[in-house]
Design a protein around this ligand. Sequence first.
Ligand code: ATP
Length: 249
Amino acid sequence: MDYLSIKSLYVEYVHNKQITPALKDVCLSLPFGCTGVIIGPSGCGKSTLLNVLAGLNQSYQGTVLINGKPPRDSDRTALILQDYGLLPWKTVWDNVRLGLKIKGFSKPEIDLKTEKIFHRLGLLHLRKRYPAQLSGGQRQRVAIARSLVLEPELLLMDEPFSSLDALTREEMQDFLIELWQETKLTILIITHNIEEAVFLGQKIFIMSACPGTIIQELPNPLAGEYTARGKVEFLEMSGSLRSCLRGVK
Ligand SMILES: Nc1ncnc2c1ncn2[C@@H]1O[C@H](COP(=O)(O)OP(=O)(O)OP(=O)(O)O)[C@@H](O)[C@H]1O
């Protein structure tokens, strides 16, 4: 069974009595433990789709199931946004603990889980700092730690590395693949970056212009291969994805 299954999804926004359809007839599926990337023109409805999957937008038509349950009943989903969503007045340590506190874990449990994830993500030396005292890559690591500490099954990421410089971005892509190989999370990522899509997505979903729908799904055997970036196949895959995107209307 697919872990993530979307059929005939339709979403519209109503503003001043004017209706703007954002998504129409979206169909998408992702097996458990698979990585998917969504790529498409600006304003085509990518964030709208992630908001529906995260349970933040429940005014949709169609079928959306995460492990057989609608998003509002699924408590194993984490959403990571481009701006990291960290609380500036809390230390890195407290930012990561917050979700566990809200979920009602005991203090010793919170300490143990937080310590473990800080260790795993190499963040222990930064525990007393505030978000403003971190680099972009470090902030994104903290945002990932804050999600992973809750042991999600589905990780949704909305352009997670777009504000990072090229090298840090590659480091974070490698880091994400390492985490994925270790945890076998199901991951769905939005990106505007073609090479990132080819490096991260076992399935690449191409969206049309607004109202967005999936117009093509490319299976990608190169995803997660550290050595793939320089290979001819990688460049060919990036080239064909680029051509598909140029043809998007
Ligand atoms: N609250 C809202 N009210 C009205 N229209 C909206 C609202 N939010 C988004 N839209 C419209 O819905 C469409 C899809 O928006 P969305 O943010 O999902 O696109 P996107 O693909 O994530 O964009 P980008 O790539 O630029 O981040 C756009 O045309 C946008 O203008």
